[in-house]
Design a binder for this molecule. Structure first.
Ligand SMILES: N[C@@H](CCC(=O)N[C@@H](CS)C(=O)NCC(=O)O)C(=O)O
Length: 327
């Protein structure tokens, strides 16, 4: 949205400064934050276009939480009223009975004036949004919803590796996940260049790390890989052109391209990727940077299915767990 992207979230130096997440209640096993884990009570609202929402979609599927936590998917095209449930019959979410995600935000806080964002978790008993705090949504699915994980669910945030996972994820968030937005939404040449340098510097560092290890931390997939994947999978389709992140395409970075393909071909990853939603969302809703709204026809996606050759690095995707049946 114009006002948000080039107004409240733009610094005087022309940098994109992401708004803080407004609702941060945590749904916990012991209910310590007032909202206890309860199967069937909450609804995860995602856009398949959105990298932050995509994390929670992947985690929910890998952990087999589909029956415990239901899913609503918004239309990738926001209109001036924001995210819409226009993919659903009669344009309403069948569980929440609302047409716009903003209704759940306003049910929680009638004064809310920030950006209405996905992912969001809504309490179906009140119709109110509980949290839009994307970093904790996915981690809490791993740590707080254990009682409802499928048998064989992987441990995506293993206690023994948490410090390392957190340390690896921090610069990935700053320079890569949010870095592409900092490049794309910069409104000064300096701010753009800074974001661009941070982004490709970090991609180079991460590629070095992944040259000899199949996954970012330990021998199996963790939350860190999921967070990196959701940006990499969008890279050539949107960030390279639309956000001007064009030192290289992902397909020109051999280690990262093979790593991303390896994950894409892992059950629970590629089957959650919707390139149509991704492309239409970015190119058609960021009017300031793509006024024509033309959605590029490329890139050719066939390469995502080429073998990665990464198995030789060892490790196993789900550690002591098993692959999900379908996400
Ligand atoms: N909640 C975070 C991250 C989630 C986020 O930005 N989601 C995007 C989609 S990728 C969104 O919902 N944008 C709505 C808007 O810009 O109005 C934030 O506020 O920055």
């Amino acid at each position: 949205m114009a006002a948000a992207q080039f107004g409240a979230e733009t610094s005087s130096a022309g940098e994109f400064v992401r708004q803080a997440n407004r609702f941060t209640d945590r749904i916990t096993a012991d209910g310590s934050d007032g909202v206890p884990v309860e199967p069937g009570r909450y609804r995860l609202v995602v856009s398949k276009a959105c990298p932050w929402a995509h994390r929670s979609l992947i985690v929910r599927g890998l952990l087999g939480l589909q029956d415990a936590l239901s899913l609503a998917v918004v239309d990738p095209i926001r209109d001036e009223r924001g995210w819409r449930f226009s993919l659903d019959p009669a344009g309403r979410d069948p569980v929440l009975g609302i047409e716009f995600l903003s209704q759940a935000y306003l049910a929680r806080d009638p004064e809310f004036t920030g950006r209405v964002t996905v992912p969001a978790v809504v309490d179906t008993t009140t119709g109110q949004v509980v949290t839009n705090d994307y970093p904790t949504i996915s981690l809490d699915l791993s740590t707080q919803w254990r009682a409802y994980h499928r048998s064989g669910a992987p441990d995506l945030y293993p206690a023994a590796h948490r410090a390392e996972i957190d340390a690896v994820m921090e610069p990935i968030f700053r320079n890569i996940n949010n870095g592409v937005y900092r490049a794309g939404f910069a409104v000064s040449q300096e701010a753009y260049q800074h974001a661009f340098d941070d982004l490709f510097g970090e991609l180079d560092r991460v590629a070095d790390r992944l040259a000899t290890r199949r996954y970012l931390v330990g021998d199996s997939i963790t939350e860190a890989d999921i967070r990196l994947f959701t940006t990499l999978v969008r890279f050539d389709a949107v960030y390279h052109g639309h956000f001007k992140c064009n030192r290289h395409k992902l397909t020109e970075l051999p280690v990262l391209w093979a790593y991303a393909r390896d994950l894409f071909q892992t059950p629970g990853f590629g089957d959650t990727v919707d390139f149509d939603h991704i492309k239409r969302h970015y190119y058609r809703t960021h009017h300031e940077i793509n006024p024509s709204g033309i959605v590029p026809a490329g890139p050719d996606l066939a390469g995502w299915h080429a073998p990665s050759g990464r198995q030789v690095l060892g490790g196993s995707p789900f550690g002591a767990g098993t692959a999900p049946e379908s996400s």
